[in-house]
Design a binder for this molecule. Structure first.
Ligand code: TRP
Length: 339
């Protein structure tokens, strides 16, 4: 029997996700868990680069754990842990430093964007950039390589980081003449990559056009009311394919329901208000169970602690073994007992 392949992804604790995050990242990552051995961790050391408020970082950590479990992450069957609970991550990051080309860090998008922003604002190029941000891809590579990861589900913005990781792994494998490390590949979700926001642009916090995943029913109704439509009258036939309401509907409704609504669009006689009511029904039906599970989870921090502690124990079992393998290969393993 061959070993199941491993899918691993890190989640930066940055707050309650929106529908776009859910459809574009959370749901596809959890779907991979059907065919892979799935490992998920909360990347709190990555967040430390930018969040220096202890209460906030700890709250965000619980929120991320509750969110993913509410969306279907089963901590008993899959693995969920906090990065900070696996100290081997940081040992491996130091190890990887010795095999990482500095030029890779200079070329990493997240770092380059920060430099470009500074330059555009007339500031010193390195203003506000700490070594955590500069060496971010190395820590990320440690997260991935420590767990013998075959595939890494990520958004397009993170693809380059995974490629840098694969490059570092190959350098190490080459140095020690062995298949010491599993070389990972990024996987990016296809169809749901672009979820339209309220204004029709890609749903994104930076456009302020999002629908929060756990919006209450009244909030959801209000936000759907704000989805931008054209000015066709009720009587006029409408085009579902170019309509933001329909494009959101499509992401939640079953194919037959989509066909039904598309037919009503084309026939005319239906106003956008009715389309929005149909969207609310489908969206709310899809989200309500997640919202309820999330509330129950976030109200029971002791239970979340138990999940994370158990996850950390299992994760360390894997991490210690990988680190042992690497140390032995590199000549920094246990010293031989003499005579
Ligand atoms: N950099 C990722 C992000 O910003 C989070 C992350 C950290 C990650 N370590 C990882 C993702 C390892 C995949 C694998 O979203």
């Amino acid at each position: 029997m061959t070993q199941p392949r491993v899918a691993l992804t890190g989640i930066k604790p940055t707050g309650i996700p929106h529908i776009g995050n859910y459809l574009g990242a959370i749901r596809p990552a959890l779907a991979l868990a059907q065919s892979y051995e799935a490992r998920f961790f909360i990347a709190d050391y990555h967040a430390l680069n930018s969040i220096h408020d202890p209460q906030r970082l700890s709250d965000l950590t619980y929120e991320v754990a509750a969110t993913w479990i509410a969306c279907g992450l089963d901590p008993a069957r899959m693995l969920l842990y906090r990065q900070s609970d696996v100290p081997e991550t940081f040992e491996l990051a130091s190890f990887l430093m010795a095999f990482t080309a500095k030029g890779h860090m200079n070329r990493a998008h997240a770092y380059k964007d920060a430099i470009a922003k500074n330059e555009a604002a007339g500031r010193d190029a390195d203003a506000g950039i700490n070594m955590g941000l500069y060496t971010y891809p190395v820590l990320m590579a440690a997260d991935i390589l420590l767990f013998d990861t075959d595939v890494v589900p990520v958004g397009r913005d993170q693809k380059q980081h995974v490629e840098i990781c694969a490059d570092i792994a190959q350098t190490i494998n080459h140095a020690y003449g062995a298949e010491l490390l599993v070389v990972p590949a990024p996987v990016t979700a296809a169809a749901t990559d672009i979820v339209p926001g309220l204004d029709g642009r890609k749903m994104s916090k930076s456009y302020d056009n999002t629908i929060p995943l756990f919006a209450t029913e009244p909030q959801l109704k209000k936000l759907i009311g704000r989805v931008v439509t054209d000015s066709r009258t009720v009587e006029e036939p409408k085009d579902p394919d170019t309509c933001n309401v329909f494009n959101l509907y499509r992401l939640f409704a079953a194919p037959e329901r989509q066909e039904e609504l598309a037919t009503r669009y084309r026939a005319g006689g239906m106003g956008y208000g009715q389309a929005k009511a149909a969207l609310f029904e489908e969206m709310n039906a899809g989200i309500a169970p997640l919202r309820e599970r999330y509330q129950a989870l976030i109200d029971d921090r002791a239970a979340l602690d138990r999940h994370l502690t158990e996850g950390a124990e299992r994760a360390r079992g894997i991490a210690v073994a990988t680190m042992h393998r690497l140390r032995q290969a590199a000549g920094i393993g246990a010293l031989a007992k003499s005579g």
